[in-house]
Design a binder for this molecule. Structure first.
Ligand code: NAG
Ligand code: NAG
Ligand code: NAG
Ligand code: NAG
Ligand code: NAG
Length: 255
């Protein structure tokens, strides 16, 4: 295993331990209904920022938003015997490679990233009939992604990667007016000596009917924490509305 991946996983495990420890009520709840979830997050990430977080095996990250995953707000690894089988999604392969690449391991084929997403999140999403196979799960995520067309929406709002700083509230307002719902936007906090945060991830929320819904409407107290745990994005956190926001266009060499 490459150090970058390991790093990602360790952070993920760490936050999982923290969350299970601090919300015992939640734990009981999810224990009695282990796989009950009520919304899905479609997470897009910005490959340039992902590479900035861990530039291990990133080569020419795409300069467009790619899919990180489609995640139920509750539950993970809901069926450990339902293994990922790349043959089942062979018809989706060209879109998968283009829109759902393994940004952190660009020199490898993506199957282990997709396997991870399927086994951790897909097996839980599969309680919905429209998502109850690997082909349906990955296919639907691709379809939602293409339909949302985040790349174009940002461009239309004049938000382009580069050296300009944006106000977080301006990005949020533009996206909210475009989609009619609030999204969840995550950033890499400022590094030491910097004052700007870096935008890294944008999540859309969907109902079980796969209709867009507000991400802010909370149904349970510790939902946000639970969601963060499922993302495995240990270094990203909800953006600070008061900080200037950088939308980087090229990976800086951090090696
Ligand atoms: C888990 O997946 C296997 C293989 O697809 C399937 O046969 C089984 O019914 C699933 N179990 C549950 C509880 O859904
Ligand atoms: C993977 O899926 C293909 C196509 O559905 C099937 O023929 C094959 O047996 C599956 N492989 C495994 C190991 O389940
Ligand atoms: C990707 O790697 C897996 C093994 O890790 C292999 O089974 C599969 O055929 C490879 N796929 C492609 C498209 O190279
Ligand atoms: C996002 O933008 C990139 C680059 O312009 C393009 O290749 C890709 O097809 C776009 N994605 C979608 C879903 O339109
Ligand atoms: C989202 O929230 C706004 C108010 O914050 C509300 O006007 C709108 O109807 C909500 N949209 C959906 C789809 O629930």
């Amino acid at each position: 295993m490459k150090p970058a991946k390991l790093h990602y996983w360790i952070l993920g495990c760490f936050s999982m331990v923290l969350c299970c420890g601090c919300t015992s009520e939640k734990f009981l709840l999810s224990d009695s209904h282990p796989h009950a979830w009520e919304k899905l997050y479609l997470a897009h990430h910005w490959p340039v920022t992902v590479c900035k977080m861990s530039a291990n095996d990133c080569q020419d990250p795409p300069e467009y938003w790619t899919i990180h995953g489609l995640w139920p707000n509750r539950g993970e690894e809901c069926n450990r015997t339902w293994h990922f089988n790349v043959t089942e999604i062979k018809d989706l392969m060209s879109d998968m490679r283009c829109y759902w690449p393994d940004v952190l391991h660009s020199s490898q084929n993506c199957t282990h990233f997709w396997r991870h997403e399927w086994e951790k999140h897909g097996t839980c999403a599969a309680t919905l009939q429209i998502l109850n196979s690997q082909k349906k799960y990955f296919g639907k995520a691709l379809e939602l992604y293409q339909h949302l067309d985040l790349n174009s929406s940002l461009l239309k709002a004049g938000i382009k990667p580069g050296s300009t700083y944006y106000q977080m509230t301006a990005i949020k307002e533009a996206l909210t007016s475009f989609y009619g719902v609030t999204l969840k936007i995550q950033c890499l906090p400022p590094e030491e000596g910097e004052k700007a945060q870096t935008i890294g991830q944008i999540e859309f929320c969907f109902s079980k009917k796969l209709e867009l819904r507000n991400c802010t409407e909370s149904t349970g107290g510790s939902e946000r924490m639970q969601a963060d745990l499922e993302l495995g994005t240990g270094e990203l956190s909800v953006c600070d509305d008061t900080l200037p926001t950088y939308y980087p266009s090229q990976v800086q060499s951090h090696k």
